[in-house]
Design a protein around this ligand. Structure first.
Ligand code: MN
Length: 229
């Protein structure tokens, strides 16, 4: 059998320090996983974190220039730790979550904040605010060694060299193991899944000509430039 139309491109992310690539299946994101960011979004931090998805082909490699997205006048940066799943499973216990994670990366959960806020206010899905083209820039994936997931270390973001977001992975409401466990109760995880784990405080607008760099201690940085629309 032949494909009736051209096949969609295979989406991969480089693995740091090797010529291997990580093929991407799904992109999950955690909402409001840092108390200070939940407060700046006007929400009490005791609300449990929740999940949403971006399309796989929203991935953008570090170093790229992306066009300013359509239909927004308030594009926001959110720097996030990304977990890369290497072994599938459902109902994964917290105690064994580590073995399902292949590696970690730095991602940007780019957000059309005006569309997200309008959807929120109308009680509608966030899709148009979150799941748009080129909304998921990501660094190379660092292969994790040893028994621990990255639950501490500085995380931050600069725009044109100016610090905007600063935090510590230790401030996550849900630690990496808990995120994997909780998500796997809702969806069976499979190799190739990425999990954006939420952003610290300091989110804000970016526009054409800006250079945005997200960094996490011990991982490769992610950098993008914003072109014109
Ligand atoms: Mn986010």
């Amino acid at each position: 059998m032949n494909d009736a139309i051209p096949a969609p491109a295979r989406v991969t992310v480089p693995v740091a320090g090797s010529d291997a690539t990580f093929p991407v299946r799904r992109i999950y994101c955690v909402g409001r996983n840092y108390a200070a960011h939940a407060r700046e979004m006007g929400v009490d931090s005791r609300e449990p974190p929740f999940f949403f998805q971006k399309p796989t082909d929203a991935i953008v490699p570090s170093g790229a220039t992306i066009p300013y997205p359509s239909a927004t006048s308030n594009l926001h940066h959110e720097v996030e730790l990304v977990l890369a799943i290497g072994q599938g499973g459902a109902d994964i216990p917290v105690e064994t979550a580590r073995r399902h994670v292949f590696g970690a990366a730095v991602g940007l959960d780019l957000t059309r904040r005006d569309l997200q806020n309008a959807a929120k206010e109308a009680g509608k899905p966030w899709e148009v605010g979150k799941a748009f083209d080129a909304s998921a820039p990501i660094s190379a994936i660092h292969r994790l060694q040893g028994p621990d997931l990255p639950n501490s270390g500085r995380i931050g973001l600069t725009v044109n060299g100016e610090p905007r977001q600063q935090g510590d992975l230790g401030d996550m409401v849900w630690a990496c193991e808990e995120i994997v466990a909780q998500l796997s109760r809702l969806f069976r995880l499979e190799p190739g899944d990425l999990i954006f784990t939420g952003t610290p405080a300091g989110v804000g607008s970016i526009g054409p000509g800006d250079r945005v760099v997200g960094h996490i201690e011990g991982l490769d940085s992610v950098s993008i430039s914003i072109g014109s629309g």
